[in-house]
Design a protein around this ligand. Structure first.
Ligand code: CA
Length: 168
């Protein structure tokens, strides 16, 4: 079973390969904000587990197993992010931090449940808005209603996309 850190490496490598075709140690280090030495250590582990290959002059690539795993991890992150956005977390550091933290604890069954809920919400937006209004949810998402009360100073202002949110 990959450790949380290992999963983050795999996600980073998978994403780099999607955009560049390969992943260099320096690219991985930049993406994860860590030192090259740490990357090299983890890369050896991934290699030992048959998830990566090394191509001279290019960098790391993923084996078919590594690719499957990487895609599943990125997809899991996407689903959990959509769920948290539906719950009212706006784009920003809190959303990123939360997703990065919780993702490692969601197994296939829990994820399928969240996925079904997210899909249902997508098809029943009026229902979901009604629930959030009734529950008194204080959404900060891009489509959340403008807050009626003064926000605490330490909260990031919602970064709206396209809509004009009135900030206190
Ligand atoms: Ca993470």
């Amino acid at each position: 079973m990959p450790t949380p850190t290992q999963e983050d490496y795999l996600k980073a490598i998978w994403t780099l390969i999607q955009t560049k075709g390969y992943a260099r140690v320096s690219d991985i280090a930049d993406r994860l904000g860590i030192r090259h030495a740490s990357v090299s250590r983890m890369v050896r582990r991934l290699h030992a587990e048959g998830l990566t290959t090394y191509e001279p002059y290019r960098g790391l690539n993923l084996t078919p197993a590594g690719r499957r795993r990487g895609r599943a991890l990125v997809e899991r992150q996407r689903v959990l992010r959509a769920w948290l956005v539906a719950l009212g977390l706006g784009p920003g550091p809190e959303l990123d931090r939360t997703v990065e933290g919780i993702e490692h604890h969601f197994g296939p069954q829990a994820l399928r449940g969240v996925e079904r809920l997210v899909a249902y919400i997508g098809h029943h937006e009026a229902w979901w808005r009604q629930f959030r209004d009734a529950a008194g949810g204080e959404g900060t998402g891009p489509d959340a209603p403008a807050p009626e009360t003064e926000r605490e100073g330490e909260l990031d202002p919602p970064r709206s996309q396209g809509t004009e949110a009135e900030l206190p």
